[in-house]
Design a protein around this ligand. Structure first.
Ligand code: HXC
Length: 258
């Protein structure tokens, strides 16, 4: 499929999706969100793909929702079309792991898009922020919800109320990102994490993703029960027998996603 706002490359088991609106610092407009959802759906359906990397440019992962697209809209417009609601639901339905490789600005919807991924690897130039308050609006894709769960109330309030940017070092310290690497090493690091994941059993990988995500949706007691039952269910797979046998026989496992 020919895309205009993203670039998709599939190499070995990894689908690399690059946001590509350089003139607008990868601002998220309707076309980009639609193309992104299509690419993610394709990656989900493609048996070869075992991990997805979502990235932008060195200067910007994404500088937010497209302000020029939104500026003329009324309440009735954005409410009726449920601006970006269906797209964010579609992103959250992807069962394969998605790594966000973030360099430069990840602001507003850009920060929120990164948070929809399973984890974030940042370059040392990354800047995260929820500056919507400067536009007379507020976060609309998770900046007041996911960000609060990730970095806590005090920092989330600070970010959302002042609109200040958080650098990569603070983002790692606060738990927003899992690793920070020099900008030149960003894609190599993301690729190496994706390759590691691609070696695992896909059934197992999807179970882990579902279980960690469930922790945000439920009580601890229910979440622990969900986790334990999923753990039990993995004993129905051939990959459990293979993984444990390989450990005992001191060899690498040969997972078959069964
Ligand atoms: C549309 C954008 C844009 C955006 C940048 N551009 N961000 N266009 N929407 N979110 C465009 C600029 O208009 C400009 O194009 C070009 O990209 C380069 O940007 P500059 O501002 O000239 O670059 P710079 O001086 O380096 O500043 C970078 C920046 C700044 C700090 C990132 O661009 C900025 O503050 N952007 C807006 C960030 C923001 O408020 N994001 C939240 C959006 S609301 P032209 O053609 O004019 O030169 C949101 C809500 C999500 O995300 C919820 C949805 C449901």
């Amino acid at each position: 499929m020919a895309y205009e706002t993203i670039i998709v490359e599939i190499e070995d088991h990894v689908a690399l999706i690059k946001l590509n609106r350089p003139d607008a610092l990868n601002a998220l407009n309707a076309q980009l969100m639609t193309e992104l959802c299509t690419a993610l759906k394709d990656a989900q359906a493609n048996e070869k793909v075992r991990c997805i990397i979502l990235t932008g440019s060195d200067k910007a992962f994404a500088a937010g929702a497209d302000i020029k697209m939104m500026s003329g809209k009324s309440f009735v417009d954005v409410f009726s079309e449920d601006l970006f609601g269906p797209e964010s639901d579609a992103i959250m339905r992807v069962r394969k792991p998605i790594i966000a490789a973030v360099s430069g600005y990840a602001l507003g919807g850009g920060c929120e898009l990164a948070m929809m991924c399973d984890f974030i690897i940042a370059s040392d130039t990354a800047k995260f922020g929820q500056p919507e308050i400067n536009l007379g609006v507020m976060a609309g894709l998770g900046g007041s919800q996911r960000l609060t769960r990730f970095i806590g109330k005090s920092k989330a309030m600070d970010m959302n109320l002042t609109g200040r940017f958080m650098d990569a070092e603070e983002a790692e310290r606060s738990g927003l990102v899992s690793r920070v690497v020099p900008v030149k090493k960003l894609m190599e690091e993301a690729r190496s994490a994706a390759d590691k994941i691609a070696e695992k059993s896909m059934i197992n990988v999807m179970a882990v993703k579902e279980s960690v995500n469930r922790s945000y949706e439920t009580t601890l007691r229910e979440g622990l029960l969900f986790e334990r039952r999923v753990f039990h269910s993995l004993f129905a797979t051939e990959d459990q027998a293979e993984g444990m046998a390989a450990f005992i026989e001191k060899r690498e496992p040969q997972f078959r996603d069964k």
